[in-house]
Design a protein around this ligand. Structure first.
Ligand SMILES: [Zn+2]
Length: 146
């Protein structure tokens, strides 16, 4: 059996999106709904290191992981999933929820451009995990462009 899979997810390392002792694993659920196998690449701040890395090596490191997925697992589709209330975006100090959401959408679009330029053959799909309410850790992953 070939060690290949269909897609990769690039998302934040935040535990609220992943495995918890009680509750749902939103990223695992997302992959399950795709009905295909996926690499999972995590970074604090999701794709932020592509768009505005705090240190130059951060972008390089994330690009290296993406390249591994393409070269080793022959992945052609990448899902970029940022999320609301992300600690990786704390330094941007948003005044409103709308400002925060728009920043994520702009960054996701920019990340897509960066990746398309470097890896023209891959397909990029953008998603944003929104909190179901302010009082919850429960997220819903929304597809932005499909
Ligand atoms: Zn985060």
């Amino acid at each position: 059996m070939a060690n290949t899979c269909e897609s990769a997810v690039v998302t934040c390392e935040d535990f609220r999106l992943h495995q918890k002792p009680v509750g749902e694993n939103k990223i695992a659920e997302f992959v399950e709904n795709l009905g295909e196998s996926s690499d999972i690449i995590t970074r604090g701040g999701g794709i932020k290191d592509l768009v505005r890395p705090q240190q130059p090596g951060f972008r390089k490191s994330l690009l290296k992981d993406i390249e591994v997925s393409i070269n080793l697992h022959e992945i052609s589709t990448f899902f970029l999933i940022n999320h609301e209330d992300c600690g990786g975006y704390q330094d941007l100090e948003f005044d409103t929820k709308k400002e925060e959401i728009n920043q994520h959408k702009d960054d996701l679009e920019e990340a897509k451009e960066i990746l398309k330029k470097r890896f023209p053959s891959i397909e990029i799909k953008l998603c944003l995990a929104r909190k179901k309410s302010e009082e919850t850790w429960d997220f819903k992953i929304e597809k932005l462009d499909n």
